[in-house]
Design a protein around this ligand. Structure first.
Ligand code: ADP
Ligand code: CP
Length: 315
């Protein structure tokens, strides 16, 4: 059995400043090519997961704009499923080409529609925090709030205004067991896209609920459930920093899980961006005794050679 790695892809892996289907598919093509060195010539089983915040928010807007009895808007759980299909399709196209270009066309790829179980009583349902869809100016935010009075809109980390929706913690990934044989058979798998479709458990199955799960937290849960040897969170920065953006900014290389928990408690990492990544990485390392890395896609080659980026290791 090879080394099993769960890879979580951040926003810049899919979306640049152009939200057209073509531009997103092209961004994913670059991403697939960047990920090839992780598997080429290495005995690595790669499981990929990804975000969907911009895509699911945009899709909901489209749904609301054409809402009518004959063509009703889909609820948020179904919209998450639709974005899994959308991004899974682009991902499949990208990997098929990248694998052919790299003379690895024998590697099969599959994207799995995935449900993630959450707690119906999670306090997140009363306190929406997950930004989705486009950014608005202050004026646009005021106008859209009038159009959709039920929405909660917040200022997102100095980058503009965005709609926020509930983001409960992932408890379990329904399809985790089903994908293990695929991994054993060296199939390249995309799973739990957009954090997974949020469902709550009922006596006779599951019920979809309106939320968007944080993909970093569900990546950590996924990595735990598929017995991954490593969780790698790819984002737009090569390393995690202490005192980020200040004159005394300091790069974090290899850090023990206790040390990272101390930095989390000191609020070193911004909520809504780096904090969930670090918290997710810490939970994976704590629960499994394995290693988690946070780095950028530009760093894949260095990562393969020497473990570049910020590595969180057991104590
Ligand atoms: N302490 C920190 N160290 C590094 N980056 C940080 C830190 N705090 C906030 N960030 C920001 O977090 C961003 C990554 O989060 P985000 O863009 O939300 O991720 P994603 O890749 O999942 O879309 C980085 O581009 C950086 O600007
Ligand atoms: N579901 C999710 O966390 O998406 P983003 O990473 O795109 O915000």
């Amino acid at each position: 059995m090879g080394k099993r790695i769960v890879v979580a892809l951040g926003g810049n892996a899919i979306l640049t400043d152009n939200p057209t289907a073509q531009a997103q598919a092209e961004a994913l093509q670059r991403t697939a090519e960047q990920l090839i060195p992780l598997i080429k010539g290495n005995d690595v089983e790669m499981v990929i997961t990804h975000g969907n915040g911009p895509q699911v928010g945009n899709l909901l807007l489209q749904q609301l704009e054409s809402d009518s009895p004959k063509n009703p808007a889909m609820p948020l759980d179904t919209a998450v499923a639709m974005t899994q299909g959308q991004i899974g399709f682009w991902m499949g196209q990208a990997f098929t080409k990248a694998l052919i270009d790299n003379k690895m066309s024998e590697v099969p790829f599959v994207s799995v529609v995935t449900r993630t179980v959450v707690d119906a009583n999670d306090s997140a349902f009363e306190n929406p925090t997950k930004p989705i869809g486009p950014f608005y100016t202050e004026q646009e935010a005021k106008e859209i709030q009038i159009q959709y009075p039920d929405w909660k809109i917040i200022e997102d980390a100095g980058r503009g205004y965005r709609r926020v929706v509930p983001s409960p913690l992932p408890l379990r990934i329904v399809e985790a067991e089903a994908i293990k044989p695929l991994l054993d058979a060296a199939v390249l798998v995309t799973v739990s896209g957009g954090g997974g479709i949020p469902v709550v458990e009922e006596d006779n199955g599951f019920k979809g609920v309106e939320a968007v799960i944080d993909k970093d937290f569900s990546a950590a849960k996924l990595a735990e459930l598929v017995d991954a040897d490593e969780l790698v969170i790819f984002t737009s920065v090569g390393d995690v920093f202490l005192n980020y953006g200040k004159p005394n900014q300091q790069t974090l290389g290899t850090v023990s899980v206790s040390e990272m928990k101390k930095y989390l408690a000191e609020n070193q990492f911004a909520a809504g961006s780096m904090k969930p990544k670090v918290a997710a990485a810490v939970s994976f390392v704590e629960n499994t005794g394995k290693v988690a890395t946070i780095t950028s896609l530009d760093n894949v080659t260095n990562f393969v050679k020497s473990g570049a980026g910020t590595r969180i290791i057991p104590d």
